[in-house]
Every structure is written in C-alpha cells, then in structure tokens.
Design a protein around this ligand. Structure first.
Ligand code: KIV
Ligand code: ZN
Length: 389
C-alpha cells in the first residue's frame, strides 16, 4: 500500500486530530425527494458508526414521530459515535431532543441580517438572548451542546463573534460556522475561522458546515481546517439540501491523505457506506466521483497506463485498496501497447509483437465506432487472429 507524500507544509501539526460530524441522516435527508424509514436510518447509522465518524447527526426530532423514533432507536443502538439531534433555539425543539435520548444537541439560530429580518423577525439582541437561553436550557438537561450560526458566512463577523462568545459562555463546547447557501470561497472561510478563533475566548472547538451551491463545499471545509477548525460537517456522497453538503468521502480523504491530519475514519469501509447510502437515497454514483466513483482508480490513456504499470504512484494519489476500491485498466481508443500487453497476460496469452499490434489496431477501430471494449471483446479479437472467426 502506498500514499503519495503529503503536500501539507505544516509538518509540525501532523498529529492534529479532526472530528468528523456526519449529517447524512439530517442535512442529507433534507435532499429533495428523500425520506427514510426509521429502520433504514438505523442501518445507515450503524454503517457510519463502523466507518468511525465522531458524531452522527441522526435527525431533527421535532419534524415527525417517525423521525423522533428513528433518533431514539439510533441513540439506543449506537455506542461508539456520539448521537446528536438538531433543534432550533426554541424550547419545544430542545425538549424533543431531550426525550430522544441523544447524547448531544445541535442548536442553531440564524445570525445574518437577511435571516434575522425576513425569517426570524428578531433583533440581533433578541437572537443572542434566544441562543443563550437555549444553550443554558440544554446544558441543564445534561446535553453536550454544539451551536451553529446559520448563514454565518453572510453575517456581520463582529456580531457572529458576539453570538459565539455568548453561547460559549453559556456552555456550548463546539461552535459551527454554517455556509448555509454555499457562498463562501476558500480564502473567505479561512479568514472567518481565523477571526472567530482570535475573537472568541474560552474552551471550545470550531467547526465548519459547508454547502455546495458553487461546488466549493469540500475546498471551503479544507480551508477552514487549515485555518484552525477542528471539526467538519459532511455527508456521504455530498447528499443534502439543494446542491448538497461537503462530501464526507472527499473531505476526510483530503484531511488524511493531503493535509496529513488524523481522523477516526476507517477508510477501507468508505466505498461500502457510499454504496449503501446511494441505494437508500436512490442515487446513482457518478462514475467520475472522487474516491468512490467507478472510475476513481481507472486508467485508459496509454501514457497513464504505462506509468501505472511502472509504479502506481505516477498516476494515483493513494493506493485504491486504502479506500476499499480497485484499480482498473480500461481498454479503449486511448490505449497503448503496455495496456494491451497487460490485458493479454491477464487473459493468459503470450503477448507477441504481432498479436499486440493486431489487437491494438482492432481496439482503436472498434473504439472509433463508439464500441465499448471489455475483456470479452479482447478475447473475440484474439480468436479472430487465430482464425477462429
Ligand atoms: O446549512 C445550515 O445552515 C444548516 C444548519 C442547521 C446548521 O444545516
Ligand atoms: Zn446545512
């Protein structure tokens, strides 16, 4: 097994640990058209526990009885990951989380002018008061509190720091910067994390929650971590509201294999969990999806296959087996002699120059007609050389 040398220049922080907060069963289930039965949620929660995520956000218990029961069941069955449930900063929501027996509560309130004015119809001072009262109430019931500032990336940073300071003083141990409509970009997220780190005192960790409206959820999460966040929210396959959330398989792999930081994720399970979520959410995993797509470790072009066969590090950042995947050498229009020799040997044929030339020519002819080439096609071509056809 191999991993490309890490590209992170901050070597002295190599032992840094990043908490993984999975929200596949909450923000992920908010994906339009998705609704899971409690038994399906439990099956996914158990797979996430085995994957090694630190927190499983099991749902939003106030939304329905089934949701409440699913969270209760997950809280009963899951033991090695924290089970957390979502609540707005209102008493009824918090009571529902308390009754669900979750270990922790994910409290949120919006902090941007847009949300405070048009949605909450509350003044900034009222927002702070609600946030503090809610955190205190949850803490008196023994819950670990994570507090999210909804729409944080469109909030006034000074006000955001004020809200975070108030909830940390009230007992929140994790504060989360939510890029609710996915409008952050990496340098903005880094500056915001830095600003909060420098302006909020106390014992807490910073988390980031990034949406993918402009395709930057993973990049923004990584920028947040580089700037000092030590937790990331993510969902398997990036499922979630609208364009979804940061994809857990991508962000965790980047944390481990690019930044060189630690997580508890057992990467060998990641492909299996992605398949399970795809099945339950009725999704087809795009072949070019990073880490878990069918093509993530497939090679066709002659130059790449030559490199891979000389040493896989040339064109693979990590050994596919690390993430429970397999390398595939694909034959097509872009193939070269090395790939044909490799396939012929695999099929048990002696790759003489004449046969390799013939097969390669035939492969390109067929590919130019739009025909997909697989091992059976190669065997047919070989029978043709041998005059069987
Ligand atoms: O995107 C968001 O703002 C959320 C909050 C509940 C944290 O999902
Ligand atoms: Zn969200």
């Amino acid at each position: 097994m191999y991993i490309a040398p890490t590209l992170n220049p901050i070597k002295d922080e190599k032992e840094k640990y990043i908490r993984i907060f999975d929200t596949t069963l909450r923000d992920g289930e908010q994906m339009p058209g998705v609704s899971l039965k409690p038994s399906q949620k439990l099956e996914i929660a158990l797979a996430l526990e085995e994957l090694g995520v630190d927190s499983i956000e099991a749902g939003f218990p106030i939304t329905s009885l089934g949701e409440f029961e699913a969270i209760k069941m997950i809280a009963r069955e899951v033991s090695s990951s924290e089970v957390i449930a979502l609540a707005r900063s209102v008493k009824d929501d918090i009571d529902r989380v308390i009754d669900s027996d979750a270990d922790a509560i994910h409290l949120f309130i919006a902090t941007s002018d847009i949300h405070m004015k048009y949605k909450l119809k509350l003044s900034p001072q009222q927002v702070i008061e609600r946030a503090v009262t809610s955190v205190e109430y949850a803490r008196t019931h023994g819950l670990i509190v994570e507090f999210s500032a909804e729409d944080a990336t469109r909030s006034n940073p000074e006000f955001l720091a004020q809200v975070f300071q108030a909830v940390v003083n009230a007992g929140a141990s994790r504060i989360d910067i939510a890029d609710t409509v996915g409008v952050a970009y990496p340098s903005l997220m880094a500056r915001l994390v830095n600003y909060i780190k420098n302006n909020v005192k106390g014992d807490y960790i910073i988390s980031v929650h990034c949406h993918d409206d402009f395709g930057m959820a993973v990049a923004n999460s990584i920028a947040g971590i580089e700037a000092g966040a030590s937790q990331v929210h993510a969902t398997i396959l990036g499922v979630g509201e609208r364009a979804g959330n940061a994809a857990l398989e991508e962000v965790t792999a980047a944390i481990k294999f690019i930044l060189g930081y630690n997580t508890r994720v057992r990467f060998e399970n990641i492909n299996r969990v992605a398949q399970l979520v795809a099945e339950k959410y009725s999704l087809v995993i795009p072949p070019n999806k990073a880490i878990v797509g069918h093509n993530a470790f497939s090679h066709e072009s002659g130059i790449h296959v030559h490199g891979i066969l000389s040493h896989p590090l040339t064109y693979e950042p990590i050994d596919p087996s690390i993430v429970g995947a397999e390398r595939r050498i694909v034959i097509g229009k872009h193939s070269g002699r090395h790939a044909i020799i490799f396939i012929l040997k695999q099929l048990g044929y002696e790759p003489s120059n004449d046969i390799v030339d013939f097969v390669l020519r035939k492969v390109k002819e067929l590919a130019d007609q739009g025909i997909k080439i697989d091992y059976r096609t190669i065997e047919d071509i070989i029978r043709e050389v041998a005059g069987d056809k």
